[in-house]
Ligand binder design. Structure first.
Ligand code: ATP
Length: 643
């Protein structure tokens, strides 16, 4: 519905049924999406494009729609495969220069003004005189070349990448260079969240179905059908987050049978269920009143989703669906010891925790984070890791997400066995009184844990909810009780040069939270105390390559004025003593008051390299923390003052 007639003609121009999807059509849709800030319009535009792809590609062609979906979220394959786009600025500048004949210096100068290499590439292309009109780019051609670039590694990979980019740029017309370069940089900047893509996919299938049947549903029925389809597609994707599997299945069986076809499958990591913070045992008891719940130790390690396929393949995935099998070869080696004979395939949710070999005592997370992320050799490992299993999501061909936790836990115990120092079940207590919970919390802290996870045990509310921060899982950390509150995960978006001894590194940093609905980073505080010289040096080395010539469009800056801007990528866990309203920062603006919220006396805890920028704390959580604090203060009066 969003495509006006002229736009439709513009997109379809020369695109006949059965033709490969023209890349120009996608570029046109991207520019329309970029031009609007309205979420509904973005969704409708994407829906219209997917609908065209469904209708114009031949029967049996599942790749065109799949590639279209990937290019819209700027990925080439599912997360866990780990093939990423993201070529450095200088390599791209070189390719633009070589393909347009412009000097490096003039391209760099333009970039300083525009702050967007995509735009610079487009302008450079469009001012170039060409004798022959190049052969139009197709979506499959662009996709396969992007993939080739992402996959090329080794000595000659730089020149190979430059030559592929050059070849692509040579064939670009109109807007195409802008989006190809942005794709290559790993930032499309059109504000297309994964959620939008899922909604648009569902909508496109409903509309295609309606057109095929040549029968228009009345508006109420259509609205209900669209809503129902979105919930099916979202729920399927949360269990099986792989477009490689979901898109062909949609084309094959349609929406209504999708759930039968696509289920949780070992080998495809699902997004983990997460917990909400709770500050007091009283609050927890209110929430779970008259319900059966359980308290488990909240281990201080790294989330590990362990998958075993029938053929014996074992993989360990991180919280972010990254394959960590190369980081934890010891885990994979240990695993067979704890699996019982009856257990053929499974998906296990667990925490990998460092332990002292001799005493068996748990060690803090930092011990594990010192490990390399790849190519760890078992013989070089100093600190051992023990797996603490707390959930079983799939066993012997059967997904268990829709079974109550009591049953999942029972199955977990039936299918696995304790191996001291290697595998254990998360320690739990089903105590229900404040005193019992308090005692268990203290015990957990004494044993080296962060606190407790409190989970609903029975009924629908205890089902496993992938990718949700759910109220049916509450975390009770020791820090909360001291009145400090939960930590926040924030993205480093800017840097301030150091003073005195620290002029060669950044001395302070600008942090931001992430608003997933608005798809923007909102600034929240400057942090600059408590870093050692070595830490500052290490941060400098990580952040320097992320420096950007201009602030990115999706950072809501407010009055912050850092010396340099960074590509939002690095996530830090930060604690704060206090939150306050601020005229400078933009976090949670409009949620509590017109002003934003800022952290006072923020304290760096650790780098969260298991989280991506989109996993950072959201503005609602910050507003919630602020309001709780306001409530805790006398008479619930809000506190004034700026950071
Ligand atoms: P945090 O900084 O608290 O780890 P998070 O955003 O990674 O936050 P939360 O939902 O807040 O995740 O807390 C759940 C995390 O705690 C899980 O991701 C897991 O790594 C860890 N954990 C440790 N023990 C348990 C347990 N018994 N049950 C569930 N999660 C546990």
């Amino acid at each position: 519905a969003a495509l006006s007639k002229t736009q439709e003609v513009d997109i379809k121009g020369g695109w006949n049924v059965g033709d490969p999807v023209p890349y120009a059509a996608l570029a046109k849709v991207f520019s329309l999406i970029e031009a609007t800030t309205k979420r509904l319009e973005k969704t409708a535009l994407l829906t219209a494009f997917f609908l065209l792809v469904i209708q114009r590609t031949g029967k049996g062609d599942t790749t065109s729609l799949l590639q279209a979906v990937y290019l819209c979220i700027n990925r080439l394959c599912p997360d866990y495969v780990g093939i990423e786009l993201g070529i450095g600025e200088s390599l791209l500048i070189k390719a633009i220069s070589e393909s347009t004949g412009r000097s490096l210096a003039s391209i760099k100068a333009d970039l300083k003004v525009e702050g967007d290499l995509g735009l610079v590439a487009k302008n450079s292309k469009n001012s170039q005189k060409t004798i022959f009109k190049p052969k139009p780019l197709t979506l499959p051609f662009v996709f396969s070349n992007l993939k080739e670039i992402a996959l090329s590694s080794g000595n000659s990979s730089q020149s190979k990448k430059v030559s592929i980019v050059q070849k692509l740029l040579a064939a670009c017309q109109d807007q195409e260079a802008k989006y190809i370069v942005r794709s290559l940089e790993g930032k499309l900047r059109i504000g297309n969240a994964e959620r939008t893509v899922l909604v648009a996919l569902a909508h496109a299938f409903v509309l295609a179905e309606q057109e095929r049947a040549n029968k228009r549903l009345n508006p109420d029925k259509l609205a209900a059908r669209l809503e129902g389809s979105v919930s099916i597609v979202k729920s399927v994707y949360s269990e099986l987050p792989s477009y490689d599997l979901v898109v062909p299945a949609l084309l094959e069986v349609g929406i209504d049978k999708l759930q039968d076809k696509c289920k949780l499958t070992p080998g495809v990591p699902l997004k983990p269920m997460l917990a909400k913070p709770t500050k007091a045992i009283g609050e927890l008891l209110d929430r779970f009143e008259n319900k059966r719940f359980t308290c488990e130790y909240k281990y201080d390690g790294e989330r590990a989703q362990v998958h075993k396929l029938e053929d014996g393949t074992v993989s360990v995935f991180s919280r972010n669906s990254e394959d960590m099998s190369k980081k934890y070869p010891d885990l994979t080696e240990q695993l067979p010891h704890c699996i019982k004979d009856i257990t053929k395939s499974f998906v296990l949710d667990a925490e990998a925790v460092a332990i002292d070999k001799d005493t068996g005592k748990l060690m803090p997370f930092q011990e594990l984070s010192k490990r390399k992320r790849k190519d760890v050799k078992v013989e070089d490992i100093q600190v051992r890791v023990c797996l603490f299993a707390f959930d079983l999501l799939y066993v012997n061909g059967e997904p268990l997400l829709h079974k109550p936790l009591v049953e999942r836990r029972q199955l977990l115990r039936e299918h696995f066995q304790l191996v001291p120092g290697e595998f254990n079940f998360a320690k739990s207590s089903d105590g229900e009184t404040t005193d019992e919970i308090q005692a268990f919390l203290e015990e957990s802290v004494k044993d080296g844990c962060e606190g407790l996870m409190v989970k609903m045990l029975e009924g629908d509310a205890s089902y496993y909810q992938p990718s949700r921060r759910s109220v049916n899982w509450l975390k009770l950390k020791k820090d909360y009780l001291a009145g400090v509150g939960d930590s926040l995960d924030l993205v480093v978006v800017g840097g301030y040069y150091g003073k005195g001894k620290r002029t060669n590194v950044y001395g302070a940093f600008l942090l931001a939270c992430y608003d997933a609905d608005a798809e923007e980073y909102q600034t929240i505080c400057k942090i600059g105390t408590g870093f050692s010289e070595e830490a500052l040096q290490a941060h400098y080395e990580t952040l320097k390559p992320l420096e950007m010539t201009k602030v990115r469009g999706d950072v809501k800056v407010g009055g912050a004025k850092p010396d340099v801007w960074f590509e939002p990528k690095v996530v830090w866990e930060v604690l704060t003593a206090d939150l306050s309203l601020s005229p400078i920062y933009t976090a949670a603006q409009g949620l509590v008051e017109d002003r934003g919220i800022s952290l006072r006396f923020p304290r760096f805890i650790r780098v969260r390299d298991d989280k991506s920028a989109n996993d950072a704390t959201g503005p609602e959580q910050i507003a919630e923390m602020y309001e709780r604090q306001a409530l805790a203060q006398k008479g619930g009066k809000k506190k004034k003052g700026d950071a």
